[in-house]
Design a protein around this ligand. Structure first.
Ligand code: 5RP
Length: 218
């Protein structure tokens, strides 16, 4: 059922990509539906920039060319999922561990369309543990700094990101000021990326529920 809603959200994003030459593509089960829906219309665009090895593999298996972001300049559109979304369209992302490349592509895109089922909409961010990508040698240091900030970091063991780093999932954070917290965590030495997308939030959220698609705009 939740997967049906994810697919409906992905379908709703298809009209947004028309006229785009190259499409920024996120990571996760919702985006996997989006990638599958791009396959039948692949003649309408040149290719994609991908946020993970997993999405790259799926795109290429469907015959969609994947470009290096460095070669394509600013993207018209980036489509990705989220783990939590608030009413300001600020997000927690990184459940799949692809947050760094996701954040880079979101920053390099004019329009960020987030696709999700309604369970992702929350009144306050933080029930979903906030992922941060960390340089391996800094793991314990960063964990201590997070504890000092009142968080409870949990090392995502046996997981290495596409960039060769580790993930700490911060539990028990009541995120009252997402923009401020994103900057504070970003400033800890050894932190590569914080899974809070508040400084660059989504521009549009397509939220699927039993009642249909709700479009949230900034
Ligand atoms: C991956 C992500 C995903 O967008 C997020 O985890 C949502 O995934 P799903 O679509 O499978 O619910 O941020 O790093």
């Amino acid at each position: 059922m939740q997967d049906d809603l994810k697919k409906q959200a992905a379908e709703a994003a298809i009209p947004y990509v028309k006229n785009s030459r190259i499409i920024g593509v996120g990571t996760g089960s919702t985006v996997n539906h989006f990638i599958d829906l791009l396959a039948p219309i692949k003649h309408r665009f040149e290719g994609a920039v991908s946020s993970s090895e997993a999405s790259t593999e799926r795109l290429q298996a469907l015959g969609i060319p994947v470009f290096d972001l460095n070669t394509v300049g600013t993207l018209d559109i980036y489509v990705d999922g989220a783990d939590e979304i608030n009413s300001n369209l600020e997000l927690i992302k990184g459940g799949g561990g692809a947050l760094t490349r996701e954040k880079i592509i979101a920053a390099a895109s004019r329009l960020f369309v987030c696709i999700a089922d309604q369970s992702k909409l929350v009144s306050r961010l933080g029930a979903f543990p906030l992922p941060i990508e960390v340089i391996p040698m800094a793991r314990s240091y960063v964990a201590r700094e997070i504890i000092a900030l009142g968080g409870h970091p949990v090392w995502r063991e046996n997981f290495i990101t596409d960039n060769g780093n580790v993930i700490l999932d911060i539990q028990r954070l009541d995120i009252l000021e997402p923009i401020k917290l994103e900057s504070t965590l970003n400033n800890i030495s050894g932190v590569v990326t914080v899974g809070l997308f508040a400084n660059r939030s989504a521009d549009t959220v397509l939220l699927a529920s039993e009642q249909g698609i709700q479009t949230l705009n900034l």
